[in-house]
Design a protein around this ligand. Structure first.
Ligand SMILES: [Zn+2]
Ligand SMILES: [Zn+2]
Length: 346
């Protein structure tokens, strides 16, 4: 089968590899129908995730069709259409019992990281009963690809950690796929203001389409001053950091009102300056995290009921075998006006 294989920093290939086989009784082999590329895959390709070794198939998102199942798999059978969760969960360890599947002792984020991933014609999914979801009839399949990772991440790490409540003022710094997912998910809770900050006017225009009440281009104006001006000088209830660099974290810590929450979603590669000398007195909360995907069943219901339309995030579509072209487009997201790319297996 064909797959996108990591070959060390800045090297990747779309090549023939061996098709995966069942290794444990709890495994399922899924034929990929649709997959996508994540910002995390670009981090890996830069060499920033050393746990990913030469020869690894990348990708942790997608939907597919079950091809074969291990003998102890109960919930799935060949032919079933499934959503693949980016997080693998055994369902029985200490962390799984707390719904902290991100830290499952025999799972967590392993797909396209510690084991072969979804940017391939087939993928092996361990602990399939707890790591796959049935695709309901008649639901937009592109929407479901967004349920593998980015919509649960926006909801759990942005909106739930940020404790967004009706009437809150919310800032999201970063209007990439994750920031825009947090923007969609925040609207379940009816905040009064949803302010999006980014450097890219195309992404800010998308943010308005998706429900932002205000946008700020932080390249052409001072984001902190603008946000304070929009909130009568007091700041916001919730600031979500959806980039992962010191400058955007700094904006978030400067615009919180007393009692506010800074929900960090971004993946940071460097330390940040945390101004505890100014913040200690403000009764703020700072949260961080890796998605557990505990919210996937709930999000699936909201997609079925059309309460959220994550398919809006899809900007480009390619056949699966155009993987390298899709990577080129996604790597130049700003010029290409790319948000999420769907790769379809034919
Ligand atoms: Zn991802
Ligand atoms: Zn577990």
């Amino acid at each position: 089968m064909k797959a996108l294989v990591y070959r060390g920093p800045n090297e990747k290939e779309w090549i023939d590899v061996e098709k995966p086989t069942l290794q444990k009784p709890t495994d399922v082999i899924v034929k990929i129908d649709k997959t996508t590329i994540c910002g995390t895959d670009l981090h890996i390709l830069k060499g920033n995730v050393p746990a990913v070794t030469d020869g690894r198939i990348l990708g942790h998102e997608g939907i597919g069709t079950v091809e074969s199942v291990g003998e102890s798999v109960r919930n799935f059978k060949p032919g079933d259409k499934v959503i693949i969760s980016c997080v693998t969960a055994c369902g029985s360890c200490t962390y799984c019992k707390q719904q902290l599947y991100a830290h499952c002792e025999d799972g967590g984020w392993i797909l396209g990281h510690l084991i072969d991933g979804t940017q391939a014609e087939y993928v092996r999914i361990p602990h399939a009963d707890n790591s796959l979801y049935h695709v309901p009839e008649g639901v937009n399949e592109e929407a479901l690809v967004m349920l593998s990772d980015i919509l649960p991440t926006g909801l759990e790490i942005g909106v739930h950690n940020g404790r967004v409540k009706p009437g809150d003022t919310v800032v999201i710094v970063g209007a990439g796929p994750i920031g825009l997912s947090a923007l969609l998910a925040a609207q379940f809770y009816s905040p009064s203001a949803l302010i999006m900050v980014d450097l890219d006017d195309h992404r800010l225009a998308k943010a308005v389409e998706f429900g932002a009440t205000h946008t700020i281009n932080s390249g052409s104006s001072n984001a902190v001053e603008q946000i304070l001006a929009l909130t009568d000088g007091v700041g916001v209830d919730v600031a979500m950091e959806a980039v992962g660099i010191p400058a955007t974290f700094d904006v978030c810590q400067k615009i919180l009102k007393p009692g506010g929450v800074l929900a960090n979603i971004g993946v940071h590669g460097k330390p940040v300056d945390f101004h505890i000398e100014e913040l200690w007195i403000k009764n703020i909360t700072v949260t961080t995290g890796l998605v557990s995907t505990y919210s996937t069943p709930m999000l699936l219901n909201t997609v079925i009921g059309e309460k959220v339309k994550p398919e809006q995030l899809v900007s480009h579509r390619f056949p699966l075998h155009d993987m390298l072209k899709a990577y080129d487009v996604f790597s130049n997201a700003s010029e290409e006006e790319a948000i999420k790319i769907i790769l379809e297996n034919d």
